[in-house]
Design a protein around this ligand. Sequence first.
Ligand code: C5P
Length: 284
Amino acid sequence: MVSIIERAPAKLNLGLDVLGKRPDGYHDLDMVMISIDLCDYVTVTPLEANVIEVDSDCLKMPNDRKNDVYKAVQLIKEKYHITQGVSIFVDKSIPVCAGMGGGSSDAAATIRALNQLWKLNMTLPEMIAIGMQIGSDVPYCLKGGCAQVSGKGEIVTPIACELSCWVVLAKPHFGISTRTIFPDIDCDQISRVNIAALVQALKGNDYPRLLAAMGNSLEDVSIAKRPFIQKMKDRMVKSGADMALMTGSGPSVFALCRTEKQANRVVNSLKGFCQEVYKVRTLL
Ligand code: C5P
């Protein structure tokens, strides 16, 4: 049986603005996301038997129906009346519950792989409709790169930019589940982020303006729960990062650096303070 291997990159939020609460309990968001070269790999192998098998090298990832990869297979099998089974193995490098969209990216990679395996000819909007039933970050992850993401997460507009820099990423010893952060938001009090300015800065490849426009409306709420996030940010900036920001609902924090030397200094400053530290590049 021929297997299909899909790369599933992690994402970072250069910007995350919460516009308000929706009648369905979710929030209208305006975000800018980029992919980085910290990737999971999803291997999809067809099976004769009509079963869905999901496995990974990560003990923290559930292998049952709760897994987003499992949900992706189930939704596609139902929609297209597929009676063939699949076995999926996820080679995990992206930390779990970290704000880096790992589970969403795995689900998106699964949708792309099954589209190819079962020759479904799904268009991007069709894949987005399936992705949205799994999680709000899945639509973005289907294409990745640099994009503005709005609505609940289903409106994805690519941004043409040449942001090429070093990213130092630190994941603390604890995780944060997104659904524990949103209920604590007061949309009238929250600090707002100018996403339009951020998009303009990216389009104009204006690095200083980009740094000035970056922000995350969820940061205050997550820092109030976990002050360690602020400590990581302070350390990164003190050691020479151009900017340090929490991604998604946290708890991971990333630093942008123009030069590798700068990035190395930031990595060194985190030694003994935070165990999981990655030095990566943006993937555009
Ligand atoms: O869609 P997903 O399962 O990734 O969302 C996780 C949680 O984040 C939701 O339960 C909800 O509390 C919150 N959320 C939100 N508005 C969005 C996306 C997510 O309130 N647009």
